[in-house]
Design a protein around this ligand. Structure first.
Ligand SMILES: Nc1nc2c(ncn2[C@@H]2O[C@H](COP(=O)(O)OP(=O)(O)OP(=O)(O)O)[C@@H](O)[C@H]2O)c(=O)[nH]1
Ligand SMILES: [Mg+2]
Length: 439
């Protein structure tokens, strides 16, 4: 996905700056988009449809005559991509709190079923549901143990039995749900290396018994196109209601996400973004499109920030971004909070303009400890207005923080860049809103 965002970034930069664009410009840009999508392992037919629709719309009067044709073009690509990803967010279809809701997870070996079962349980628990996890993977040694450990971490009960009969376990789990008044039950199942008849039969039987409200395929985003093929077969055999794409945090080629909806007609409902139980995100087509296109995802970023910040703080941050009053002090606060929020990388990918531009190695090279020390060596005045930090102040700060003048300069540059990105992001957002309003 990273590479894809980078490519889109380049394409958009090239066309976005033009005061007027020709049909030829559009064709060239679309050709590059096509190559980028194919390279990202997006289904060929999906690419063709996407490209044709984009060209047709982009060659219309609206773009060629627009005041900012480049921006208009970018918007078309963005909207097309949102459509490709499924238009609107698809919530889980669960019953009210007084009736038991059933979720069945299925997928190939190692796709992330067990991890996802725990993630989903935590997600629903946080929404106030009383969740029971049921260990129905009796094939892989230690599979049951894995789920029990995860359940312990998130404070969700796991139902297990030393039996070899999946159906009997499921039946007993229902009794427990009834007795202990659970409102949601999640079944973790066995995976196989490949789709085989035995697995499908077991899943069919389990499905017939538990009658799931949601049958979710857990698919590994890293496998690209084959995740889509797998989804197709699972849907034909057991009927799925949606997909959870795991390992979305890896440097996947993004193809799976882009092809899934249009090939299988089943929505992506969640994405897995880390190994940890918190690493599950609701799939918002609009936001993912922005991320894929390298436009960042301010909304998710702010939401994520809210998880560790007080509501008021998060609003203040958003206001600062809009009013362009983001200072080095704020930057320092952010560094400290980001540490708490977890993976820098996944956060940076949400930052407009930064998606795909910073690799894991570069990140590791950035020593946030040094950055903290540098900012801490600044006076309040300097933190509020970085522009006053000239050569003399720089060397004083470097001495004070035990770093070098070059490092101080680098930090200031980086800060300036993120300020610029924020301004751009806010502008884009405003412009998008205006454009939407005008239509
Ligand atoms: N980075 C990352 N790793 C993940 C994600 N989801 C799962 N994993 C990792 O993928 C590996 C396999 O996950 P499991 O949950 O055991 O997969 P499974 O489908 O239950 O595997 P089997 O039970 O053997 O079929 C583990 O190392 C997980 O930590 C994710 O969203 N991101
Ligand atoms: Mg498992």
């Amino acid at each position: 996905m990273e590479k894809l965002s980078q490519k889109f970034g380049d394409i958009f930069r090239a066309i976005g700056g033009k005061a007027s664009i020709s049909e030829k410009n559009i064709e060239d840009a679309v050709e590059e988009i096509k190559m980028a999508l194919l390279e990202a392992d997006v289904n060929l037919r999906v690419v063709r449809r996407f490209v044709n629709a984009t060209i047709e719309e982009a060659k219309g009067e609206k773009v060629l005559r627009a005041v900012q044709p480049g921006q208009q073009f970018v918007k078309i690509v963005h909207d097309r991509m949102v459509a490709l990803l499924g238009d609107t967010k698809q919530d889980l279809q669960l019953k009210g709190p007084d009736t038991l809701s059933v979720i069945l997870l299925a997928g190939l070996q190692g796709s992330g079923k067990t991890t996802t079962a725990a993630k989903l349980a935590l997600h629903l628990k946080n929404k106030g549901r009383k969740v029971l996890l049921v260990a129905c993977d009796l094939v892989r040694p230690a599979a049951v143990e894995q789920l029990v450990v995860l359940g312990g971490q998130i404070g969700v009960t796991v139902y297990r039995e030393d039996s070899q009969n999946v159906l009997a376990i499921a039946g007993n789990a229902f009794k427990v749900c009834k007795k202990d008044l659970y409102d949601t039950v999640i079944f973790d199942t066995t995976g196989r290396m490949q789709i085989d008849d035995g697995l499908m039969k077991e899943l069919e039987q389990l499905r017939n018994l538990v009658k799931p409200d949601e049958t979710l395929l857990v698919a590994d985003a890293m496998t690209g196109q084959s995740a889509v093929d797998i989804a197709k077969v699972f849907n034909e055999r057991i009927g799925i209601s949606g997909v959870i794409l795991t390992k979305f945090d890896s440097d996947t080629r993004g193809g799976a996400a882009l092809s899934l909806k249009s090939v299988t007609d089943k929505p992506i409902k969640f994405i897995g973004v880390s190994e940890r139980p918190e690493g599950l995100e609701v799939f918002h087509p609009e936001r993912i499109a922005s991320r894929i296109l390298g436009m960042g995802d301010i909304v998710s970023l702010v939401e994520k920030a809210q998880e560790v910040m007080e509501q008021g703080e998060a609003e203040a941050l958003e206001r600062k971004m809009v009013n362009e009053t983001f200072t080095l002090q704020d930057y320092l606060d952010q560094i400290r909070k980001m540490k708490k929020m977890g993976s820098m990388k996944s956060l940076l990918d949400m930052m407009p303009g930064l998606a795909g531009q910073i690799s894991e190695e570069q990140l590791n090279a950035v020593d946030t400890k040094h950055e903290e020390a540098i900012i801490l060596s600044m006076t309040r005045k300097e933190r509020n207005n970085y522009l006053i930090i000239g050569p003399t102040r720089r060397s004083r700060i470097a001495r004070g923080s035990g770093t070098s003048v070059a490092e101080v300069a680098r930090l200031l540059k980086k800060f300036e860049k993120s300020k610029l990105m924020m301004r751009k992001a806010v502008k884009n957002k405003k412009m998008a809103a205006q454009m939407m309003g005008g239509m």
